[in-house]
Design a protein around this ligand. Structure first.
Ligand code: PAF
Length: 287
């Protein structure tokens, strides 16, 4: 069932709650792919009812980013959800979520601002204000849907860590369920932005996963000096790549690591032409 209105959504969820049913929320910006499907499948398996939100959130895009050209494929998204046992696809308009006008101005909207330490690094460094927009919309979705569980992909691991922090700090009574990255056979992590890649870009994009897999293999062989691990990346980079960051950070609080351990996540962001791709790997997890 496709719902655009907050009021209608709330009424529906209220009837489920009255019946004592558990509710799962999968927040998305649409253009659903197998990565989203794995989140949806987890929710459908774990919860009595599942809501998938499809909302391209304008306040998490920085000036000059791809807000206008971000893929919007609601019909296909609805089909995927229908075939996956989703109960409601919630697709509000920007006006429904933020009201008339001024939605891009901090002067006219109450924001949820995550701690500076969590946002002044990795993606937050080049995408200033991005995580304010994410936390604000996720809070709104939490308040609208009031789910018992919310499912987030580890592909956006900085986002996941920040949302867990927000839920903990603000005592939000929702269990955050992290879901593993889904990759193509080639190793490329699934992302809605992969749609922007040409055939040649796709080949060059394999550098991200190759760098991460190789670092993990070196770590498993006993190398734990992060500088030495960093240097192994050069082998995979060519003139088509612009490396934004390759960093070693703690999986819980994003502190920088100089010596890697099992709780270290290696984060990478790489630009190929105009397409910016991110990926990450947890060193302690089994391959
Ligand atoms: O990860 C995303 O797709 C978005 O950042 C989210 C969590 C749906 C908020 O708009």
């Amino acid at each position: 069932m496709l719902i655009h209105s907050i009021k209608e959504l709330r009424e529906k969820v209220k009837t489920w709650k009255a019946e004592g049913l558990s509710v799962g929320l999968v927040p998305t910006m649409g253009a659903l792919h197998a990565g989203h499907k794995s989140l949806i499948d987890r929710s459908v398996k774990r919860c009595d009812r599942t809501v998938v939100s499809v909302f391209v959130n304008p306040i998490q895009f920085c000036p000059g980013e791809d807000l206008d050209k971000y893929p919007r494929t609601l019909e296909a998204d609805e089909k995927l959800c229908e075939g996956s046992g989703v109960d409601i696809v919630f697709a509000p308009s920007p006006k429904e979520m933020y009201g008339e006008g001024h939605i891009l101005s901090n002067d006219f909207l109450t924001y949820v601002i995550p701690p500076y330490f969590y946002v002044d690094k990795l993606c937050g460094k080049s995408r200033v204000g991005h995580f304010d927009g994410v936390c604000t919309v996720v809070n709104k979705l939490f308040n609208i849907v009031q789910p018992d569980y919310a499912f987030f992909g580890e592909k956006d691991r900085q986002q996941l860590i920040i949302i867990k922090k927000m839920v903990n700090d603000l005592n939000i009574p929702i269990e955050i369920v992290p879901c593993p990255i889904v990759r193509e056979d080639s190793g490329l992590a699934l992302s809605s932005r992969n749609k922007y890649l040409s055939d040649e870009d796709r080949v060059n994009a394999l550098a991200l996963s190759k760098i991460l897999f190789n670092i993990k293999a070196c770590y498993k062989k006993g190398v734990n000096d992060c500088k030495a691990l960093f240097e192994t990346a050069y082998e995979y980079l060519n003139e088509s790549h612009s490396l934004e960051y390759l960093e070693f950070r703690d999986a819980d609080n994003l502190e920088e690591k100089t010596t890697a351990d099992d709780n270290t996540v290696v984060f990478i962001a790489l630009k190929i032409g105009n397409v910016r791709l991110i990926d990450n790997i947890m060193l302690g997890e089994e391959c």
